[in-house]
Write a protein that binds this ligand. Sequence first.
Ligand code: 21W
Length: 228
Amino acid sequence: MAKQFHVLSLFPEYFSSPFSVSILRRAQEKNLLSIEQVNIRDFAIGKHKKVDDRPFGGGPGMVMMPGPCIDAIRSVKTPQSKTIYLSPQGSLLNAKKCEELAKEDHLIFVAGHYEGIDQRVIDEEVDEEISIGNYVLPSGCAPTVVLIEAIARFIPGVLGNEDGPYEDSFAGETAFEGPQYTRPQEYEGLQVPEVLLSGHQKNIQQWRKEQGAVKLRKMRPDLWKIKE
Ligand code: 21W
């Protein structure tokens, strides 16, 4: 059975390109994954289809009202669903979380707009709050794309080569791979490292591992510490 993803937002059109190219297109074409858009505004009531209002207690900006969000979630929720709110106040996304979520049959992603959603939506309907990093974005839309692409790699059959997602750097979050080269062998006088042309697989492996370690220590001393 294909995995089912529902994306709830105010701008379904935001997602049309990222979901129709590359990995997510192939996953859907192979019937490994189905992604459906839900426009939260379709659950707004009244002539103006209002979805946001000023925060109680004061403060800047607007907050998404509970009614339309909760009704939108309930319109797709089943007993098997897991509901994720993409939130700057969520727990930080990592590879392990992506792998876990790839095992679920039905995921509901709620992308917030404005200053976020009414807390009662989170309390009543959300299972997990996830952030993609310590920086501020204008909405939960880009984080939803990031999360879905990161999860999709762990769905069996999506990458083609089954051990793909685990081989890559960050699968275990403790390694980098070595630098990569392709043809031409000489470019503007710059040569491809000799060892890669040697055909000596054991030396190549060892060289890549060393180069990856040097890079990790330089770029990500935080991860390097974990290794020791
Ligand atoms: C950013 C909404 C900041 C609201 C008390 C409670 C989803 C995101 C987002 C956004 C605020 C993620 C407040 C990394 C992100 C997201 C929009 C401020 C004020 N006060 N990961 N809330 N960065 N961003 N909220 O921005 O929705 S995952």
